[in-house]
Design a protein around this ligand. Structure first.
Ligand code: NCD
Length: 304
């Protein structure tokens, strides 16, 4: 049985296969409307979500399947002290596949060890978020026509931003990729990722705190929210939260075909006046997230 806990659980061929299936779903949605008839997806969200949970649910409905689940830990038996392992053993009796989000790093891995059905990590603490990465890859592929040979700038909270960690992992296998890491000193990319992923794969990268200095060199700009819920104190958050605010003026020196991504939710880091710029792709990214999750659910359920 296959789970998706970390983006490294998928080979490059499998990622490419998921993207090509998602492209086919976009082209022929009717052909997929009964693929998961009679199947149930459980969405177990121990941490808040709008897009990830709803896109999993919409994906399963569009495949003709059903959805059960909860959207907050308070409404589940976790609030009575039930362990993640026990909750998963129970839900495996009701559902064919489980998507779960948890504030503790590693909780989906624990779940996968006891589950009778495939587990999808829908975000674990400040660690990983592999399905957002699949949505990001599909967006880059559809907008740029390739997943190789470009420079991508990650801007904002690179320390706690789990979507950044997973996307760096995924892109490190494609050729001709360069990373530009843009963050305040306190929110730099964890050194284990620099060592074990970037350096190990020989990917060229630079680090800076100035978005202005590097924006002209970027093909993709990946903006992120400062992850308030992972901070130990509110003062640090208040000091760092507005470190970067992308505005139309700051985009003037950027390439005309640069694309702007953001996993959302956005707080202040992209001014709403950027939304009408044709380089802004973050709402398309939301839509592609649903299609790639359709593709993933089918794969993990072994449906063709
Ligand atoms: C992201 C997450 O939950 O990590 N959101 C999402 O799933 N699209 C990013 C964030 O919360 O900042």
């Amino acid at each position: 049985m296959k789970h998706l806990i970390d983006i490294c659980d998928l080979s490059t061929e499998e990622i490419d296969g998921l993207i090509s299936r998602a492209n086919d779903i976009i082209a022929h949605p009717d052909a997929y409307s009964r693929k998961c008839a009679g199947k149930k997806l459980a969405t177990l969200f121990f941490e808040p979500s709008t897009r990830t949970r709803l896109s999993f649910e919409a994906a399963m409905y569009e495949l003709g399947g059903h959805v059960i689940g909860f959207s907050e830990a308070q409404s589940s038996s976790a609030s009575k002290g039930e362990s993640v392992a026990d909750t998963i053993k129970v839900v495996s009796c009701y559902a064919d596949i489980i998507a779960m989000r948890h504030p503790k790093e590693g909780a989906p891995l624990v779940a996968s060890r006891v589950s009778g059905v495939p587990i999808i990590n829908a975000g674990d603490g400040g660690h990983n978020h592999p399905t957002q990465t699949l949505a990001d890859l599909l967006t880059i592929y559809r907008e740029k026509g390739r997943l190789s040979d470009f420079t991508i700038g990650f801007c904002g909270d690179l320390k706690f931003g789990r979507t950044v960690h997973s996307l760096i992992n995924a892109l490190s296998r494609y050729s001709g990729i360069k990373f530009v890491l843009i963050s305040p000193d306190e929110l730099k990319l964890p050194s284990y990722i620099k060592k074990e992923v970037i350096a190990k794969n020989g990917i060229p990268y630079t680090q800076t705190s100035s978005l202005e200095d590097v924006i002209p060199s970027l093909d993709v700009l990946y903006m992120t929210r400062v992850q308030r819920e992972r901070f130990f104190n509110e003062e640090d958050y208040a000091r760092l939260k507005d470190s970067y605010i992308l505005t139309p003026e700051k985009l003037v020196p950027a390439k005309k075909d640069m694309i702007i991504l953001h996993p959302l939710p956005r707080v202040n880091e992209i001014s709403v006046s950027v939304d009408s710029d044709e380089r802004a792709c973050y709402f398309k990214q939301v839509l592609y997230g649903k299609y790639i999750r359709m593709s993933l659910i089918m794969k993990l359920l072994g449906i063709n």
